[in-house]
Design a protein around this ligand. Structure first.
Ligand code: ZN
Length: 180
């Protein structure tokens, strides 16, 4: 029996309605909301891997400009997906939810062996988080309704990469064993 956790990547205000908002992110809010509801009901732990950047230091600003600065509204999870008691917030400073964060330890403490990776963007932070999950021996599942990126082609390329290189299972929400 697999032990799942859901990881929600970068569903914070700056990516949805703030400084680097993109309209395609709106497509994944409702599917993620439904997933979180069912996951919590099934006792599947929920983690949020959120950009939380330090101005003047974090290299990402060279690529994307300032966004999701720690302690600001832009770095808070959107209201629609508000964390609930028991959920775990994992602030991150790079694309990967694992890089220099307690995420791996927290997952192991909960006995998790399979991570359901969701959020923004399929070909960047979700892909890099998948890489680090793979390196650490976690199995990866990505429900395709729950991630997207700037274009459909880039999303499909991101999902293909996760499948072909990290052995991820790309599925539909209704394929999840706790989806009823
Ligand atoms: Zn960032």
């Amino acid at each position: 029996m697999k032990k799942y956790a859901v990881i929600v990547v970068d569903m914070v205000n700056d990516f949805v309605t703030g400084v680097i908002a993109h309209p395609r992110i709106k497509n994944i809010i409702e599917p993620i909301r439904e997933l979180l509801e069912k996951a919590r009901a099934a006792g599947v732990p929920v983690f949020y891997a959120n950009d939380s950047h330090t101005p003047e230091i974090d290299k990402e600003f060279k690529v994307w400009g300032p966004h999701a600065v720690e302690g600001t509204w832009g770095a808070e999870v959107i209201d629609e997906l508000k964390p609930q008691p028991g959920d775990v917030l994992v602030p991150k400073k790079t694309y990967s939810g694992f890089f220099q964060t307690p995420l791996e330890l927290d997952l192991r403490e909960k006995g998790v062996d399979t991570v359901i990776i969701t959020g923004w963007q399929a070909d960047c932070c979700c892909r890099h988080t998948s890489a680090d999950a793979f390196f650490r021996g976690f199995d990866i599942v990505v429900p395709r309704e729950t991630t997207d990126t700037l274009t459909e082609e880039d999303r499909d390329r991101g999902l293909d990469y996760i499948k072909n290189i990290y052995g991820g299972t790309i599925c539909s929400l209704k394929d999840l064993p706790f989806w009823k």
